[in-house]
Design a protein around this ligand. Structure first.
Ligand code: NAI
Length: 330
């Protein structure tokens, strides 16, 4: 099949070329949107990532050009209008799990960095500053951690937390029976958020989870607590979180995702004027750590993404079962 592959960097191309099962790939570094949809002309499928916006208009354009399949190189599909794709008879396939451990481990990296300030120590020591002033952290052992969403990533994260001796208070609309058997406590969202030292988000972005963290829910947070989001930026109302940081109610913030990340993340903008005032304000706090949607970014995950992506394409091209198809009800 002929496939237009959008939003690719050197590392995407390396793994997709290595695991290609015989398809013709056209790589584009630009994201897929209304202005770039024509690049897919003559292709059977488009292959996209987290920040390509497949609105109903873009899907209509692709459909008119003869594109028959939408291939996601990621798990989340909030960036694709699934009912519109279905109406055009274009199946949407995804990589449901590439490495839950990669994201869970990155979540712990954010927590440990914010808490023990290893990023500051690195810079201080290089400047000959061996002082411990303002470097004090807290023991994770015995702390209460609220895990919101205990699917593949949340589950892997719970197991890491258990190793650290944390008390886990989980919330999920479908509690996981394995975790219950392992002694993880589930409670309603408000109860999980209240009194937690750390709140970590691992649920998908849906209409019901958009801005789950806002001024009202932040009031439930324990003063000085830590909020971590490695799931999707839209789970958090960034303006409300900034207010909570300014009032010192929120003690730490770790983000791997940001609601307006599509204009920023994955790009080198070091010589540009960044116009997003919210992210610039967030960056300015000493107790905020932001990474550029790199939770998934391990060798193992990149291999799995490439292997599953071609398995999905092969299944479509041979008329096989699309086991990773996203359905409207999901
Ligand atoms: P999953 O589908 O295995 O688990 C999601 C869990 O959230 C399920 O248990 C589901 O019942 C629960 N859930 C759904 N609605 C909820 C609600 N309203 N409140 C509480 N829980 C709810 O997904 P997985 O693989 O664990 O991924 C979680 C999220 O992580 C993805 O949706 C994606 O947005 C994000 N992600 C981030 C990556 C990164 O690089 N930072 C990489 C991969 C995924």
């Amino acid at each position: 099949m002929k496939i237009a592959v959008f939003s690719t960097y050197s590392y995407d191309q390396e793994f997709l070329i290595r695991y290609n099962t015989g398809h013709t790939l056209s790589f584009f570094s630009v994201p897929l949107h209304e202005q770039t949809a024509s690049l897919a002309s003559g292709c059977d499928a488009v292959c996209i990532f987290v920040n390509d916006a497949l609105t109903s208009t873009v899907l209509e354009l692709l459909h008119r050009q003869g594109v028959r399949l939408i291939v996601l190189r990621c798990a989340g599909f909030n960036n694709v209008d699934i009912p519109a794709a279905t109406a055009h008879g274009m199946p949407v396939v995804r990589v449901p799990a590439y490495s839950p451990e990669a994201v869970a481990e990155h979540t712990m990296a954010l927590i440990l960095t914010l808490n023990r300030k290893t990023h500051k120590a690195y810079n201080r020591i290089r400047e000959g500053n061996f002082s411990l002033e303002r470097m004090m952290g807290f023991n994770l052992h015995g702390r209460k951690v609220a895990v919101i969403g205990t699917g593949r990533i949340g589950k892997a994260f719970c197991r890491i937390l258990k190793g650290f001796g944390c008390h886990i208070q989980a919330f999920d609309i479908y509690p996981d029976s394995d975790l219950v058997a392992e002694g993880i406590l589930y409670s309603p969202l408000t109860e999980a958020l209240s009194g937690a030292d750390i709140v970590s988000l691992h649920c998908p972005l849906t209409d019901s989870t958009r801005h789950l963290i806002n001024t009202e829910t932040l009031k439930l947070f324990k003063p000085g607590s830590m909020l971590i989001n490695t799931s999707r930026g839209g789970l958090i109302n960034a303006a409300d979180v900034i207010k909570a940081l300014k009032s010192r109610h929120l003690g730490y913030l770790g983000l791997d995702v940001y609601e307006q990340e599509s204009k920023l993340f994955f790009q080198d903008l070091s010589e540009d004027i960044i116009e997003d005032d919210l992210i610039m304000r967030l960056i300015s706090f000493p107790n905020v750590l932001i990474t550029s949607h790199q939770g998934f970014f391990t060798q193992e995950a990149m291999e799995q993404i490439a292997i599953t992506t071609f398995a999905n394409i092969d299944a479509f091209s041979t008329g096989g079962e699309l086991i990773n198809q996203v359905r409207i009800s999901e």
